[in-house]
Design a protein around this ligand. Structure first.
Ligand code: G6P
Length: 362
């Protein structure tokens, strides 16, 4: 049938979409780059970002996890405060808004009902909204003041992969454009750093056998799995655990390394897989301390670190990328480990039970 043609030689859309990520990042660079290699977004978006005193990111699921990374990017690069909210919570538990808020809706499909509810409400209140989406003609895009397209191409697998990395790449460029508008000097070249990410993604996608082996060693029969990380690594742990839950039905949770001792460590048993992410220099030793704590209680730790920060016992090392952009690279081994775990457990990778690609009811 038609879907088989689109998959080409791939057994699943998810695997195809994981592999497309380097191209997606290069595509985004091309779309948002000026001839002189600088970043330039739409003037209206630039003004809206510049004149707002606080950004409110609204999203659900994987897009929410991109939003958490987006907050860090915008706060660090553009020095603008950001709050990130789960769409379905925001309406019923609205925070006290700043004087001049700007709303950013992040949505692969642009159709998620929980987000639309918030959009209608904030538009009624007279606020401006920017939608970051993979579907420019979608409801959220049409009803917002501005749209940024993620240019990831159609995403068919229910579990989101390339849309997530595309969202983070676009959020990076949005942060950079805002910094430029505010006259903030940057100490890195964002286009060059994203190009390095694209190459790193290629290297990661070439290591499928190694990642399949990790999935087999750690996740073939387990009932649960924990992901731990600190700082930026914590956010990618949330996404890694969501991927694993969605497609392999393994009970998985992402935790902040330092929070383990306040409860979660009680769940560690003999052989419990703990995937630890170590890509942030300032917390490298403390996350490794957390790994020792869980290992002492019987856990089976799997450390994924970054070049330059690796230790001999690490199971997998990602190529070096800019510290702000680590999530774009780290998520790839997590996506592939989830994919192979689901495959080994005979799960329907592209169409997991009980889930829909886009949830258009509240
Ligand atoms: C559904 C999908 C998730 C997705 C979420 C948000 O639950 O199964 O993969 O992350 O919706 O979707 P959106 O299209 O708004 O990004």
């Amino acid at each position: 049938d038609a879907s088989d043609i689109e998959k080409g030689t791939y057994p699943h859309f998810m695997l195809k979409e994981i592999d497309e990520q380097p191209f997606v990042i290069r595509n985004i660079i091309q779309k948002y780059q000026n001839e002189d290699g600088t970043v330039r977004l739409d003037e209206d978006i630039r003004q809206a970002m510049k004149s707002s005193d606080r950004i409110y990111i609204i999203a659900a699921g994987t897009s929410y996890h991109a939003g958490l990374v987006g907050k860090q990017l915008i706060e660090k690069i553009a020095q603008r405060p950001v709050e990130v909210h789960i769409a379905s919570e925001f309406l019923y538990n609205m925070p006290l808004l700043s004087e001049n808020p700007l709303f950013i809706f992040i949505s692969q499909s642009g159709e998620t009902a929980d987000l639309r509810g918030v959009l209608v409400d904030v538009k009624e209140k007279g606020y401006k909204a920017l939608t970051i989406t993979n579907v420019p003609g979608s409801t959220l895009s049409r009803e917002s003041d501005f749209t940024l397209h993620t240019y990831a191409g159609p995403e068919i697998a229910v579990a989101s992969t390339k849309a997530y990395t595309a969202q983070m790449a676009v959020l990076t460029l949005l942060a950079v454009d805002t910094a430029n508008a505010k006259g903030i000097e940057l100490d890195f070249d964002p286009i060059q750093e994203l190009a390095i990410v694209a190459s790193a993604m290629e290297t990661l996608c070439d290591q499928k056998e190694k990642l399949e082996q990790i999935a087999r060693d750690y996740l073939a029969t387990t009932r649960n799995c924990f992901f731990i990380g600190r700082a930026a690594d914590y956010f990618v742990c949330l996404e890694g655990s969501l991927k694993l839950k969605e497609i392999s039905y393994i009970q998985a949770e992402g935790f902040a390394g330092g929070e383990l001792k306040h409860g979660t460590i009680a769940l560690i048993e003999d052989g419990t897989p703990v995937i630890a992410i170590a890509t942030q220099e300032h917390v490298n030793l403390s996350i490794r301390g957390n790994v020792k704590e869980v290992a002492a209680r019987g856990a089976h730790p799997c450390i994924i670190s970054m070049e330059g920060l690796e230790h001999a016992e690490d199971a997998f090392v990602i190529p070096k990328v800019h510290e702000y952009l680590t999530s774009l690279a780290t998520v790839i081994p997590l996506q592939l480990i989830s994919y192979y775990a689901a495959l080994h457990r005979d799960c329907d990778v592209d169409k997991p039970r009980n889930l829909a690609k886009s949830v258009t009811v509240e």
